[in-house]
Design a protein around this ligand. Structure first.
Ligand code: ADP
Ligand code: ZN
Ligand code: ZN
Length: 744
């Protein structure tokens, strides 16, 4: 006997779980995961539609009380049902409500009317129309006269026509008047059902290259698998400019020839005009983009176009992963290491993992690409879970830049108190003289403050967790240092525990501050600054990059926003002002992020003919994140990093579940966090940390506590999550608390 787990049609509220139904023997053949079915539901056995998201041979409750599926709809498995099964998987794997999971996979709920653009054109010569107008004038047909006059009033109107809605609204001409003129064959009305095309019309040539050996090898291997029906996940590790995008486009082209559809994920920040137009030039109208700046109408159109098969390639950030393609053949994730692929709001899924799941459900392959792969992906590649390809050299023949590490402790010793080391200062002066461009990068990602010694570079860290301690201040004065993983705390020291200098304190460096210093130090230099303040507005960030590209400034100052996407051929110097700032964010991924950012920032120098130079200023010149990034040596970084993760049982060696407790009542939050902590401790294989405050211990008057569990087996953590969910449902005691789960 077969049983089906059915999610009731999404217009209904109570979606939080699937319901089990009996599958009649004659249906067994045709039913599959994703089938649309009719079922009796509720007390009145109302007939409703539902999607099958699971099939099993095991009844979850008494068969005599179980209802049967009435009918399997013939339309087959639709994209929506795949997406619903995916939503269920997301709910189970990351912990969220089914509602939130469905919202994530089906972002377009409201139907927005399709745009139809109608234009009124003349259908006769100017002379004939003038005659007709004169006739109408005599008959006092003033509405007709208004419309014809509008067409006759300028050459432009006579040639390009006038907008239908303009005629209705502004000329106050009714549609029956327009139809009358149409019947007399004086005008024609042309209506194009115009999908809002967010890319705009692109022109220019496709910049196509003959693939080099390395590129060709990847394309051939992937396609060889593909045509023989092998589907898997590939990881392309190749420095920036090594021709990864060219490889993606070649494979996409071949997959499209097989009548399959493709999703191409690009981090939002890299989704620039430059990148999108490259795809558009190659694939034309079959491409579309989805991103957060689209209007609801534009989004709906892209969704519809995808579902109707009017497009074959969807480009976009995380959310484009859920494009409702019926015939998905390939998912590409560029810059797969990017943090923006993880959702910040529930369900806190990771696009890479969900992509691999969706691909396995629909028979698609996945290609991941990065210059600095995530430690997880590289680990999976080395273990044979993914197939690894490496592109060693830059495709255009450009050289990798020369990197110099500057030890800021020596600058202090030499009485240089400026934020520019002597070496960086003289290089900036040199570039200004030669009219070449400079990027100054401030590495502030996830920066939450830490305490360090400016003399010896020592950062005060947690003795248990290998992360930095966070300063906690009372009335602006730092009094305590705390670990946000395990809760360890100590008083703020008065001097450096290592070298006993008094130059110890919190470290801060803002973009604005740097801009001021630049203007003071380099008289007459033209400066652009890019950060959250200067990039608000629809195209703020694109505009600044464009100005810089067009040579309107000598120096661009910015945070991680500037290290992605754009190519600046005239940039020959990149200065990284405090390379270690992101090393001390109190997160087990800090070294990884730092390495990634530094590598990417370094990659901005010397992208074209002119050789580039990079200066990394740091208090921790020996740290492997910094030395490996300077040497542009990913493997070296990986080896060191994976050893650390092994030692401390961090992912990908082990898994971490973070349970965030939220409550407006501090005592309730503390109490529940403690209860959950004790419950977690019952599991033998789980190492429990906490409960502790989060980095923002109170936000919007909501208190936040967190408990961590580490375990090699992801499934055990999942069952803890399930147990906690059940506990919360059954337990009135913790009504004023809410849980958020976060894996790894
Ligand atoms: P990535 O995605 O790895 O950064 P791209 O595919 O963008 O690399 O390629 C970097 C530059 O090299 C682009 O300007 C691209 O047009 C060019 N390029 C790519 N492949 C080749 C090739 N086989 N021969 C010459 N130039 C190439
Ligand atoms: Zn010191
Ligand atoms: Zn700790």
């Amino acid at each position: 006997m077969i049983f089906a787990d059915v999610i009731i049609d999404i217009s209904v509220k109570s979606l939080d779980r699937p319901f089990q139904y009996i599958v009649a023997p004659e249906m067994e053949e045709e039913i599959e995961i994703g089938s649309l079915v009719k079922i009796p539901f509720g007390m009145g056995n109302r007939i409703m539609k539902g999607y099958v998201i699971g099939l099993s041979g095991e009844a979850l409750f008494d068969i005599s009380r179980m209802k049967s599926i009435i009918e399997v709809e013939k339309q087959g498995v639709v994209a929506e049902s795949h997406l619903l099964s995916l939503a269920y998987w997301i709910k189970e794997n990351y912990g969220s409500t089914m509602n939130d999971a469905i919202k994530a996979v089906m972002p377009v709920k409201r139907e927005v009317k399709e745009l139809v653009k109608r234009t009124i054109y003349p259908n006769v010569s100017r002379e004939e129309m003038t005659d007709a107008r004169n006739e109408f004038e005599k008959k006092h047909n003033s509405a007709r006269v208004r419309l014809l006059n509008e067409l006759l009033c300028s050459d432009k109107n006579f040639r390009d026509g006038i907008d239908y809605s303009y005629a209705l609204k502004n000329l106050k001409v009714s549609s029956s008047v327009i139809n009358g003129l149409k019947d007399k064959k004086l005008i024609i009305v042309d209506s194009v059902s115009e999908y809002r095309n967010p890319i705009g019309n692109q022109s220019g040539d496709d910049d196509r290259h003959v693939l080099n050996q390395g590129q060709k090898h990847i394309v051939d291997s992937v396609m060889k698998d593909y045509v023989s029906g092998i589907r898997k996940t590939y990881l392309i590790h190749g420095v920036t400019g090594s021709g990864k995008t060219e490889v993606y486009m070649n494979i996409i082209e071949k997959v499209l020839l097989l009548k399959k559809q493709v999703i191409m994920l690009i981090p939002e920040i890299a989704l620039t005009y430059q990148t999108v137009s490259r795809f558009y030039k190659r694939f034309g109208n079959r491409v579309s983009v989805m991103h957060s700046k689209l209007s609801a109408g534009e989004r709906y159109d892209q969704y519809t176009r995808a579902r109707n098969g009017d497009i074959d390639v969807m480009i976009g950030p995380r959310s484009a992963l859920f494009a409702p393609f019926q015939n998905l053949g390939l998912i590409v994730i560029d810059e797969e290491h990017e943090t923006s692929y993880r959702s910040e709001t529930p369900p806190k899924y990771h696009a890479r993992e969900v992509a691999i799941k969706r691909a396995s459900m629909t028979g698609a392959s996945v290609i991941l690409g990065s210059a600095t792969p995530s430690v997880e992906s590289y680990y999976n590649a080395l273990n044979g879970k993914y197939e690894l390809f490496t592109l060693e050299e830059r495709a255009g023949g450009a050289k990798l830049p020369e990197v110099q590490i500057v030890d800021l402790r020596e600058e202090l010793a030499a009485h240089n108190y400026s934020i520019f080391s002597r070496s960086l200062k003289s290089l900036i002066e040199d570039r200004l003289e030669r009219h070449e461009q400079i990027i100054l990068f401030i590495n502030r990602r996830g920066y939450a403050g830490f305490v360090s010694c400016r003399k010896c570079g020592k950062v005060i860290g947690c003795p248990h967790c290998s992360v930095s301690l966070k300063p906690h201040s009372i009335r602006g004065k730092v009094t305590q240092l705390k670990c946000h993983y395990c809760g360890y705390s100590e008083p703020m020291p008065a001097e450096c525990p290592d070298c006993h200098s008094k130059y110890i304190g919190t470290f801060g460096l803002g973009t604005q501050q740097v801009e001021e210093m630049v203007r003071k130090t380099f008289d007459g230099a033209r400066v652009l600054r890019m950060d959250a303040d200067t990039t608000s507005g629809k195209d703020g960030h694109e505009n600044i990059l464009k100005q810089f590209e067009e040579g309107e400034a000598d120096i661009l100052i910015g945070t991680q926003m500037i290290v992605k996407g754009h190519d600046f051929p005239n940039v020959t110097l990149v200065g990284i002002l405090a390379a270690d700032l992101s090393l001390n964010v109190g997160d087990y991924r800090a070294s990884e992020r730092t390495f990634q950012l530094l590598s990417q920032a370094a990659g901005r120098a010397g992208r074209a003919k002119k050789p580039g130079k990079v200066v990394m200023q740091t208090y921790q010149p020996e740290h492997y994140s910094i030395t490996s990034a300077a040497a542009q040596n990913y493997e070296e970084f990986y080896e060191k990093e994976i050893t650390t993760r092994q030692m401390l049982q961090y992912p990908p060696i082990s898994n971490i579940l973070g349970v965030l407790v939220l409550s407006v009542n501090e005592a309730s939050a503390d109490n529940l966090a403690q209860v959950l902590c004790n419950k977690m401790k019952i599991y033998e294989d789980v190492t429990v940390l906490g409960p502790t405050e989060t980095s923002i211990s109170k936000a919007n008057d909501v208190y936040r506590r967190v408990v961590y569990g580490k375990c090699a087996d992801y499934n055990i953590l999942c069952s803890i999550k399930n147990q906690f969910e059940e506990y919360m449902k059954d337990n009135d005691k913790h009504k004023d608390c809410r849980l958020i789960f976060e894996f790894n």
